[in-house]
Design a protein around this ligand. Sequence first.
Ligand code: HEC
Length: 309
Amino acid sequence: MQSFAGAFSPRFLPVALAVFSRTQTHRLLAVCTWALTACQPSHSPSETRASDSTESQTPLPAPLADTAALDLVALKQAGGFAKPQAVTVPEDPVFHRKKHYEAVLLAGVLAKIGGYDRANPATTQVVFECADGYNPSMPLQKVLGSRAYLALRDADAPAGQDWTTVVGKTGDVKTVAPFYVVYTDVPPTDETFKWPYNLVRIRLKPAADELARLHPVGTPERGYALFRTHCLTCHALNGLGGAMGPELNFPKNITEYWEEGDLRAFVRNPASYRHGSKMPTIPENQVSESDLSEILGYLRFMAGHKLKP
Ligand code: HEC
């Protein structure tokens, strides 16, 4: 911290202005890697693409749309942030000092994203989309485990303004508007937390590992969604999913050694095949005949996409 603060010249620190040097960013990385966490194209993509490839042994919940997104600007215009609270950030990595914001809990904002209640925190990534196209991401579980806030306004800003400007050493002026993600309990030295600014949208996406294992390119979408809803909670494919029932894809896909007619009949009434079967019956009012065809189509497709667990 000391070396970072010392990298800036005090004469560029007028009242109510914080100093930020875009040009010095690279030099500063060595002493202060947390500078990487904001939405800037000059930052290393590898840092910000860090994704948590959690393989879950626990049952997964129902499907999450791949592209569930929330437009923050539109939400604000619609009055979606009615009750902001005063939040103090002890060490702000963009402003390099203690900061005060009007903010809302990020968890509450995420809950407004379509499909949020069906998202498994262990296998979902939160992607922060910034105005300049920079998209850092973090595991949902990590976001929910912290005191993360969406800052709506800078309480230290001069009267009549929403944000304090950040001025670079070369005189370049920038802002963190329209939205900025901050934490009250995360030290800026912890580079696994992202502090995206110029934030405009938040998206939820299945983690990369889940996409690779369960949703390779060309996946029949409806069959995948139905399988996630009705089967994945108990059955894994390529090692990812529930562990109550057997793995259905690796090393042999279930459709490679079960006749389709038997598969259909088993799913409808497992006990008619195995006395004391632990798999529940899945009646037609839960999964229709055509839904079951879609599920089997997805399973057949996955036979061509095996990955060792
Ligand atoms: C509540 C958990 C649960 C759900 C949901 C579930 N299964 Fe199962 N399934 C099991 C269990 C447990 C077994 C193990 C065998 C047994 O007890 O008969 C099993 C066995 C199977 C088998 C036989 C595998 C083998 O070779 O032994 C198939 C096929 C199967 N399930 C398909 C499905 C499909 C398709 C779905 C979704 C439509 C599904 N299951 C949903 C728990 C579940």
